[in-house]
Design a protein around this ligand. Sequence first.
Ligand code: MTE
Ligand code: LUZ
Ligand code: MOS
Length: 757
Amino acid sequence: MKNYDTIRHVKGESQFVDDILVPEGLLYAAVSCSEVAHGEIINIDISEALKVEGVKIILTAKDIPGENQIGGIIPDEELFASDKVDFIGQPIAVVIAETQLIAQEAARKIKIDINKLPVITDPREAYKAGNLIVPPRTFNLGDVENTWELCDHIVEGKVESGGQEHLYLETQGAFAYPVEGGGIKIVSSTQSPTAVQRVTARILNLPMHKVEVDVLRLGGAFGGKEDQATAWAAMAGMASYKLFKPVKLILPRQQDMIMTGKRHPYSSDFKIGLTNDGKILAFETTFYQNAGAAADLSPAVLERTLFHCTNSYYIPNVKATAISCKTNLPPNTAFRGFGGPQGMFVIESAIFKAAEQMGIDPAEIQKKNLLDEGDEFPYGQKTEKCHAKRAWNRAEDKYAVNKIKGRIKEFNLKNDIYKKGVAFMPICFGISFTNTSMNQASALVHVYTDGSISVSTAAVEMGQGVNEKIRQVVANSFSVNIDRVKTETANTSRIANTSPTAASSSADLNGKATEHACRNILARLKNEAAEILNASSASHIHIKDEFIYQDNIKTDLTWNELIKISHLKRVNLSSHAFYATPGIHFDKEKEKGKPFAYHVYGTAIIEATVDCLRGIYEIDSVKVIHDFGKSFSPLVDLGQAEGAIMQGLGWMTIEEVIYDENGKLLTDALSTYKVPDIHFTPDVQVEFLEDSENPFGIFKSKAIGEPPLMYGIGGYFAIMNAIKEFRPDVEFNISAPITPEKVLLNLYSKVDEKIPI
Ligand code: MTE
Ligand code: LUZ
Ligand code: MOS
């Protein structure tokens, strides 16, 4: 692997929050949380807990010097519950003690009296009760109402999709220590240093410049640390501020699973209308998002569901409504794909059901309706350099789809117990934060007098390889060896007012800012070189492989010498630069605009085999043509594609988040929450779509972090197609994940029996 973190990971040298050398006097924190999903707090009794030897302080809502508010988009979430709890796992107090064990023991001794209130965990029930996070939103294209009568086939249905646990290897955590002048420094495992800084400042009633946040790298995040890393950092910061001591707060795995939100489960309705030859004329859908007990990022996730509700298809008449429903579960949050997968699963389900009714292959409908150049999305943007059809056609060719189908047909004829299915999954994912103002970044580049280079951005390395890409941007910009370049921590004192590392955009945004900073320095260096070489202007100069060229002829002047001389001549060898994605805008009144810099396309073909006696299955292969743009880091990009595909397959198949009716998480450990492992892993082949240079991305590449996750949706339909081979008589409910238990129920239910979902 070319990602330079990999070597350190393998050697065990990479540092995470819990690896930082501990300073003298370090104290440890443990969080006490609600065990009731909804209720009024009558009393919090900390007296027994305080008696535990080694306990230093116990903090609750009333100890907060500033505002007890951590909400990002909407101010609706307390750091510590004050008079009411809304979910199991909601923090109520934090214990600070000499060791982590003492802190945990004391936390268990805090007695919290709660007057229980009714619990709602289902989004449709919440909707009926009027419990919404934000008012519903609707995207409209064409005229759905007047199109139904033109359709030969109309199919209606309901679709369920489940939550997903992030399961980052490094659990949530932060380490805070006091600094001179009443300030705080926090090392946090966060995707959003600025959010941690802003919220901690608000909690402590400090100006933001007194809170410095530093992030070296994360042991995975997947969206789970975009918003939800903040609370723990603020708690550690608050304790450290009160005690004037260093404090570390690391969530144990089970607490992390119980206390933090996950991917949003959705319950959705659809109605789809088609002509006899499979053209989709109209699509109407309503999404009920299970937001959990506070807004967190739910309104933004909801918005992305709407943006992706037609996936990779052109549908002339669309009406899509999305409703964010407030339930008594931990606030659900960003998760790779950010609402996009939930939206795409519904249109794919609608196509699947329509094909079932029409007695044709869903792939026929999919192919017939793929986006073309200049087609309009329901939000008004038109496709530019659309690769939807190219990727599909290449996949059909390269992977010899007819042979696959023939092979599967033969297999199914020969086998009674084992059945195979295949499904196509085209994707189209918009790149940019849908909130236009977030699409900005800055970079700080220093060239040192020995010719080595340091670059700071707010890009947080979480395994996706962004540091390697930033180093490549610097090395390519100056044409120097990549070993000269070091990426620094993401730090709020060096890089301010940043967006989280999210939306797959960090290489584009931070890469472009870095490129600008390098250009600024390069222009000064070229002027200097022109002077040294007696060239009439800098336009005669370029640098290649650490040598200075004059009129394309190599000179004796090296990078190192040029830097040394420039410094003596008092040339500025540092630059801070800024980048904001040009040309994007969105009008939330009209629900129209151009929210995305560009779209990512691709097509996957997924095969699965179901054991129709036991209900278990295997995903056999995932064969993909993916639009990477012009990748400048192919190994990193391929790793991202493979990882995302596995995570998408997990969401659709074996990963099942279950809460009981009291809002208690039943799948709070790896014994009950299953994720794909090496044995689950199918044969994954990914081809880079040719000739797809992207003028809007860094070095003509495309964002890669999230889009391939949605290929996993094809896994669901491959399994469904296999089940249908065994039981062609039944119309199945659409309810993901399709766990082996659900497969079994589907296989052996009575014909008219409704399968529980
Ligand atoms: N890859 C690894 N190894 N670990 C992660 O936590 N997060 C994903 C993706 N790939 C993640 C990952 C998510 S949710 C996003 S938005 C992108 O990386 C963010 O990084 P990027 O903007 O650099 O693509
Ligand atoms: N985060 C966010 C995201 O705040 N806005 C987005 O549009 C987004 N998209 C994907 C992932 N995270
Ligand atoms: Mo990714 S869900 O944008 O962190």
